[in-house]
Design a protein around this ligand. Sequence first.
Ligand SMILES: [Ca+2]
Ligand SMILES: [Ca+2]
Ligand SMILES: [Ca+2]
Length: 421
Amino acid sequence: MKTFLTCVAALLLVQASYAYLPSSNEDYYRVVMLNGSEIPPIKGKEIGEISLFAVADGVLEPVPFQIDEYNIGGGVYFEDWHEEIDGTLGIIDENDKILALYGDSGPRRKPFMRADGKIVAEIELLTRHGEKRYFYVVEGSRLEAEAQHVRHSIEASHVETDFFSLTYEKENQLIWKDFSFADYQGDSPIDGLKIAMETGILSSGANVSYDNENFIAKTVAENVGPIRTTAQLHLTFVLLGLDFIEVSVQLHFYPNALIYDVRLIMPETRRAMLVNPVLTMTLDFNNLYGARGITDALDEHVIVDGVMSDLERKVNELTLNSEHNGLVLKTDKGFNVATFMNWIEERDSITSIYYLDDPEYSNKVDRFKGRLPDAGYRVTELPEDGLLGFVASIYFSDKFEGKPEALSHYLRVAPDIKVNF
Ligand SMILES: [Ca+2]
Ligand SMILES: [Ca+2]
Ligand SMILES: [Ca+2]
């Protein structure tokens, strides 16, 4: 009996000391992102003067964080890229971003807890369970946290995070050479990212198909940080031997996500040469027999079994809107993926789902035969001119909880944040 009671007591102690740890990886790795303008005491200060702390085991400790400077186009600023800085280099401006991981926050500080440096603001986060968690913004500290959740090397064309590793072709970031995920056993669960375009050509009347080899994305710069690393890609769509359209892509590597921020200005005269172009952007999964595909747009799920069912054919006709376009693939092997798109301007009803469950189909950029499955987005009405911009998010998890709609809402919407100063 005594042993039993001791066990209960030990269990309670464990629970108490973990009370502030989020319930799952999704919560831990959720990114907290604030604009410089949301923390007035640090606006105009030098970036190197500011750090972030949280209470752990009753003491204020530095936590991993980063401050990214932004450009006037709303992307991460790079000295080697042609977009101008928004504000001043080295200074925290309104639209610069402060990033940290939700799981590194802690309980509220007690008045006697001191930081190395001066506490200038308290960041209060409200969890989905109604708890509150805190970060402290500190000025003039000499201490730094050492954790690095993302490691990227342009030279090695390789990124490694707490969850996944990805190697890509040096000359084209859109061609994957390897992908592995945490404890997933077996061959790579993703063959690669697939970009394809089918279009008519006005001058010749021909219909042509293009694949990843016609979309060449070179990494020109990177902004390294412990929470995320951003690569600036220069993407060229090569058509009829021409550098037909040039696109700016910022690829954010998060510990559990890849986020592509894509912007281009459609050149009107070149666009006019294309007749009914259809662009698809998909993930070609490898050998995920038994996986279930779920979308916000459908109540039933599809099964990956190498056969296209009536339902799977129907999925290809579903149009998506800007709020409900989450796709989720769940396996029983500790590998799950959720994707969604955010359009920079309103583009309702022109995106639909692309889905193929086929053990035979391959093209020359496939590493593994078959598309088991190939799933993503099809864009059927490319604008005649002007800005085309979207953000495509791909999240990985060993387990996803809840319905896809709730999940994509959860991944899309930042937690409630209040700044006290
Ligand atoms: Ca700045
Ligand atoms: Ca099927
Ligand atoms: Ca394949």
